[in-house]
Design a protein around this ligand. Structure first.
Ligand code: OSB
Ligand code: MG
Length: 383
């Protein structure tokens, strides 16, 4: 069994004196509706965290969605647990290093996306104060990361081909299409027929059961990079059973909620690839631990996305630059989802890649006017 590293990768960051934490709910209109097997989103509802410290501010993003459809977490629940329990616990601690945040929040069960957003804000404040980039701190080795795009379910297969063609024209190096029962084989066939041997994968967001194994096995003929999360979050054994019946590699997303869950999935052969999302696993430090154990086991990983703003995307690019991220991530440019991002320099695609920020902390600056315009609720909790 691989050794799970307990502390942060490089040198730990210096503690910060937390003075206050500000939470904002934002509503950001999407450039086009985003449909998955669990629903359609037209406005991204997300929480932005500002950690106010004696040495300056730090920013984080709580990647919950409006409704508990992807996982049990959702924005208003996140807001409540943050305001009532998690933020007070951090303020009570007062002076703390980013590596201590998870331990302070540990007594509170679950709510990993909230914990991740709070930890990122403290980490960003600490690294900005030291002038150290997040990528360097996490152990990034690449200056830029290949950019894949997640394409929602469209009106019909022709519309899907149009959408995919548009993203390929923009330079995205890997396409992921969302599937669900009844919108799987024909949609995948249409994309393969139209674009040939492009790097292609599918994401079911838990929409199938083992009874659908024969349908899922039909996907084998399309030479996909992987099929992401075909079964439910807690179907670890069923995923192992399914994996033995498919040629297409199974990748887990929803099921991998911690380094422990990743180690279990590996041991049970429930997946041969893992999608790492810092929000889903409770933070960027836990994400690095999953990266490390997968790398040791020779299992490829890639960086997933939750329609992040420039704050979360910048941090995701830093994470995806670690050496074990051998498959392109869902790290699309700001304009994939938003006409107006809340950072001063939107994330852009350059030759199919996104640059890993080199400035202190997450390496992007917040646009105060865009932030204010998108804010629908705000609270500041003081020490
Ligand atoms: O399953 O990867 C997923 C978005 C919201 C919730 C779940 C998922 C997604 C995506 C979008 O696929 C990826 C992105 O942010 O580009
Ligand atoms: Mg997914």
């Amino acid at each position: 069994m691989p050794i799970v590293r307990a502390a942060a990768p490089a040198a730990p960051a210096a503690p910060v004196d937390l003075e206050a934490i500000e939470l904002r709910v934002l509503h950001l209109p999407l450039v086009s509706p985003f449909t998955t097997s669990f629903g359609t989103e037209t406005v991204r509802e997300v929480i932005i965290v500002r950690a106010r410290t004696a040495g300056g501010d730090g920013w984080g993003e709580i990647v919950t969605q409006h409704a508990p459809l992807y996982s049990s977490e959702y924005t208003r629940g996140a807001w409540d647990v943050a305001e009532r329990f998690l933020v007070p616990a951090l303020l009570e601690a007062g002076t703390l290093a980013p590596e201590q945040v998870a331990g302070v929040l540990e007594p509170f069960v679950g709510h990993r996306m909230v914990k991740a957003g709070l930890e990122l804000a403290v980490l960003d404040a600490a690294l900005r104060a030291e002038g150290r980039p997040l990528g360097e701190y996490l152990g990034a080795t690449a200056p830029r990361v290949p950019s894949g795009v997640s394409v929602g379910i469209q009106r019909d297969a022709a519309a899907l081909v149009d959408a995919v063609g548009g993203y390929l024209d923009q330079g995205y190096v890997r396409i992921k299409i969302k599937i669900k029962p009844g919108r799987d084989i024909a949609d995948t066939a249409a994309v393969r027929d139209a674009f040939g041997a492009i790097p292609l994968q599918v994401d079911a967001n838990s929409a199938y059961t083992l009874a659908d194994a024969a349908t899922l096995a039909e996907l084998d003929r399309f030479d996909l990079l992987l099929i992401e999360q075909p079964l439910q979050e807690d179907d670890i054994v069923d995923h192992a059973t399914l994996a033995a019946r498919l040629r297409t590699p199974i990748c887990l997303d929803e099921s991998i909620v911690s380094a422990k869950a990743a180690a279990d999935a590996l041991a049970l052969r429930a997946a041969s690839i893992i999608n790492i999302k810092a929000g889903r696993v409770g933070g960027y430090l836990e994400a690095v631990r999953i990266h490390d154990l997968c790398r040791e086991a020779g299992m490829p990983v890639w960086c997933g996305g939750m329609l992040e703003t420039g704050i979360g995307r910048a941090a995701n690019a830093a994470l995806a630059a670690l050496p074990g991220f051998t498959l392109p991530g869902d790290i699309s440019a700001s304009d994939r989802f938003y006409t107006r991002d809340i950072v001063t320099e939107p994330i852009v695609l350059e030759d199919g890649h996104v640059r890993v920020p080199t400035g202190p902390g997450i390496g992007v600056e917040i646009d105060p006017v865009a932030l204010e315009d998108a804010t629908v609720d705000r609270v500041e909790l003081r020490r």
